[in-house]
Design a protein around this ligand. Structure first.
Ligand SMILES: [Zn+2]
Length: 104
């Protein structure tokens, strides 16, 4: 992993196009240059990284979770994990409410 990004003019390590490119020092021997990568190749690399992520997530069931997602505060609505708290399912009759004399 690189810790520094420097801008240089030169030939891209990947496509050999000449122009402004990003040098990615790898922290190894100072005589060994890191790759010099042009904008086009960097954008293509990001897409390639997305493909790798899709494959990784598809392979691992745990990967499907998004660990950095912030939790929403608990709302008033009952959560689906809570046990059923309504009247006994055997007591429930018609869905049409019976006429309530107090409300009419
Ligand atoms: Zn390139």
């Amino acid at each position: 992993m690189f810790e520094q990004i420097t801008i240089e003019r030169g030939h891209c390590t990947l496509c050999n196009a000449y122009g402004l490119a990003v040098s990615l020092p790898l922290g190894g021997h100072p005589q060994l240059d890191g790759p010099l990568v042009c904008e086009r190749c960097l954008r293509a690399s990001v897409k390639a990284a997305d493909v790798l992520r899709v494959l990784r997530v598809a392979k691992s069931p745990k990967g499907k979770r998004t660990p950095n997602k912030t939790r929403k505060p608990a709302s008033e609505a009952p959560r689906s994990t809570e046990p059923y708290r309504g009247p006994s399912k055997h007591e429930v009759g018609s869905l049409v409410p019976a006429a309530d004399p107090e409300l009419s």
